[in-house]
Design a protein around this ligand. Sequence first.
Ligand SMILES: Cc1ncc(COP(=O)(O)O)c(C=O)c1O
Length: 316
Amino acid sequence: MGADPSRIIFANTVKPAWHINFAAKAGVATLTFDNEEELYKIQALYPSAKLVIRIRCDASSAQCVLGMKFGVEVDDAFSLLETARALGLDVVGVSFHVGSGCSDPPVFQRAIQAARGLFDAAKRIGFEFTLLDIGGGFPGNKDSSLDNIADVVNSALKEFFPVGCGVRVIAEPGRFYVASAYTLATLIHSKRRVKNKDGTFSFMYYINDGIYGSFNCLKYDHAVVTPIPLKRSKANKEPAIGTIWGPTCDGEDQVTGPLMLPELEIGDWFVFENMGAYTLPISCGFNGMPVPKVNAFADEKTLLELKNIRALNKEK
Ligand SMILES: Cc1ncc(COP(=O)(O)O)c(C=O)c1O
């Protein structure tokens, strides 16, 4: 994308050796770690790296918890720093990720406070930390707001890392940038009418995307999706209970429902907003079903701005 390697942080705490070698070759010097074995690897492969210790501080509630896999417990962090020191490695700061889709803004206060404690402890063994990385966890849907988290982060920084303290603060927003950028349009290609016990009917709609495509987010991102019916057919029928299914042979391949929907026909569409995060990159073509095609739409002003971005120009 044209970013200078010095501005990139390799934020996987458990890296295959060949990834560390690649980072070294590419000049990506800032790497995170959260365990002793990783330190031995880095010492052997990339001893001049600038290291960032990732601590664990989990939100009480998040869409995707990450702490069970990444981040050293705060109580164990100091001894890990002592090991880094003994190995002659250069640790330059602290990072954390409170969990993706965080709905516990005060966790940022707890995490920033814990980071401050570690900055101070590190100083006692000769490290002079200059980087605080507050990770991700920020909301990204159309109707969401960053304000609650921003308020907590700003006041915690003011208290623990005031302006002028010589610490650079960065974040790693993912969902925040991309969730609302993608809207998924799915076609109803088949429909089944099912007789209920009370004599009424409900409907099963089969669409051309499912859990092996964009809707893998239902499994892996614990997402909840909302269908917006787009009716091309003219017939004005009563709403009825409907379920929406993906296109593969898997019985688990259900997108949503049962829920009340206007009765739709084959050839109508369901539109899903906020489908930009943790969707397409994880999809596969199971059963030969193609993964969704991306069409870009932008107003003229945005398009002009985008044209100035190097990666897009290169693609042309
Ligand atoms: C190390 C790291 N940084 C940043 C992110 C982005 O997180 P989010 O989408 O919650 O902003 C992730 C997501 O898993 C991550 O693992």
